[in-house]
Write a protein that binds this ligand. Structure first.
Ligand SMILES: [Zn+2]
Ligand SMILES: [Zn+2]
Length: 409
């Protein structure tokens, strides 16, 4: 039995949980009787304690059953058979599941590796899944499909509105001239619905010069400029109404569709890289570790490696969106120490920071041991961190300059 190292296990009803948020997550499914009544699930081997499953988006949300799990003992064991049972999540009955964040170990399952590789190859289209404000526009079963608004002729719509408002004004003035009190307040003119249409789009992706693009799933009423299946420019507008933000997608059928290439330069640090090796030692247990932080001096090669990772889709989706949309941006990178907010695991990551004209964005990292979010440990905090194994304060034994060849004496 392998240990499930998740300490923050949350219970959710599978169907009531917003499906796109459990994409790429592991589930502990209880051996509910309802489960076996479902067609296609009768091949699931018996278990008293439960099952380990994997939820992932493949157009629709699917659930792959990987093995047995025991939520009491927090353990799991993979099925021996190579054939896995995969079912659409929508087929499963309402039942309680526990969501387990992906760890390095769980993600190592061959089936999961296959899914992650497919997802990485599709990173650009998947990047907009990270934009929570779009959730209400997504199809509940197929989240890759969104509803967008199409206004064929903005000028005409305004004209119609102005005409209606003008008529109203005239009627009010006429009523006043005859000194007749109008019966109640006249209604404000509503724009006829024919000027606003809703169409479905898919594959919403960021594109160059701050734009967005998507593929039309419907024909646009009243125009032949774009039809079903065509790429189209989308503008994303966020409006705040009564303190709630709402995002609306508009189809811009006359704008030319932009590309999705990435142009980025390596950020030149203004000061010399602060390259230090920190040696930490636990007074109470065998934990002893040296962390090599800062830049390595072979920046050119690291930058190339980072670009390769971006091209293969191994990148924070929010950084990818900005990378594609920005006309001028630079990537800064430096080896930094990260600490898990949940289990205290320490790990050195290449801190990736995207610097654009007006802002910067740092890549987020998840813990390899428990899957929770990690926080950057600032250099002045390194002397006061706790041991990840026993939680006693660690001693900072030494702080030395290092180079590619190793630590300088
Ligand atoms: Zn952790
Ligand atoms: Zn310790």
């Amino acid at each position: 039995m392998n240990k499930l190292k998740a300490k923050k296990i949350k219970r959710h009803m599978l169907k009531s949980y917003e499906f796109w948020q459990i994409d790429e997550k592991f589930l502990v499914v209880s051996p509910d009787k309802k489960l076996f009544l479902q067609e296609g699930l009768e091949t699931l081997p018996d278990s008293e304690s439960g099952y380990l499953a994997y939820a992932y988006l493949d157009q629709i949300l699917k659930i792959a059953f990987l093995g047995f799990a025991d939520p009491e003992e927090e353990t799991y064991r993979y099925f021996e058979s190579e054939e896995l049972l995969v079912v659409p999540a929508s087929l499963l009955p309402q039942m309680l599941v526990m969501v387990v964040k992906p760890t390095l170990e769980l993600n190592g399952h061959p089936f999961v590796q296959g899914v992650l590789a497919l997802h990485e190859a599709d990173a650009l289209k998947r990047s907009t899944l990270a934009l929570r404000s779009l959730d209400p526009l997504r199809d509940p079963l197929e989240p890759g499909i969104l509803t967008a608004c199409f206004i064929r002729d903005e000028a005409k719509k305004r004209q119609v509105y102005d005409n209606l408002a003008g008529d109203l004004q005239k009627r009010l003035e006429a009523a006043r001239a005859e000194e007749e009190a109008p019966e109640g307040l006249p209604e404000l003119p509503a724009v006829p619905d024919d000027y606003i249409n809703f169409v479905r789009v898919k594959d919403l992706t960021p594109s160059n010069h701050g734009s967005w693009r998507a593929v039309l799933l419907d024909n646009l009423p009243g125009t032949r400029l774009k039809k079903k299946g065509d790429d189209v420019t989308i503008s994303m507008v966020t409006i705040t109404e009564e303190e709630t933000e709402q995002t609306v997608l508009f189809v811009d059928h006359t704008a030319s569709v932009e590309g999705t290439g990435i142009k980025v330069a390596s950020h030149k640090p203004s000061r010399l890289p602060w390259r230090l090796a920190y040696e930490l030692d636990c007074p109470d247990c065998p934990y002893h570790e040296t962390f090599f932080l800062g830049r390595q001096g072979d920046d050119h090669q690291i930058f190339r490696e980072i670009l390769d990772e971006i091209r293969s889709g191994k990148i924070d989706p929010l950084i990818l969106i900005d990378l594609v949309q920005s006309d001028q941006c630079e990537l800064d990178f430096s080896r930094e120490l990260y600490r898990c907010r949940n289990c205290g695991t320490l790990d050195v990551k290449n801190r990736l920071r995207l610097i654009c004209e007006d802002r910067s964005l740092s890549s987020a990292y998840n813990c390899p041991a428990c899957g929770e979010r990690m926080s950057l440990v600032k250099r002045n905090q390194i002397a006061s961190i706790d041991c990840p194994d026993c939680r006693k304060p660690l001693n900072l034994v030494s702080e030395k300059q290092w180079s590619k060849g190793g630590v300088k004496k």
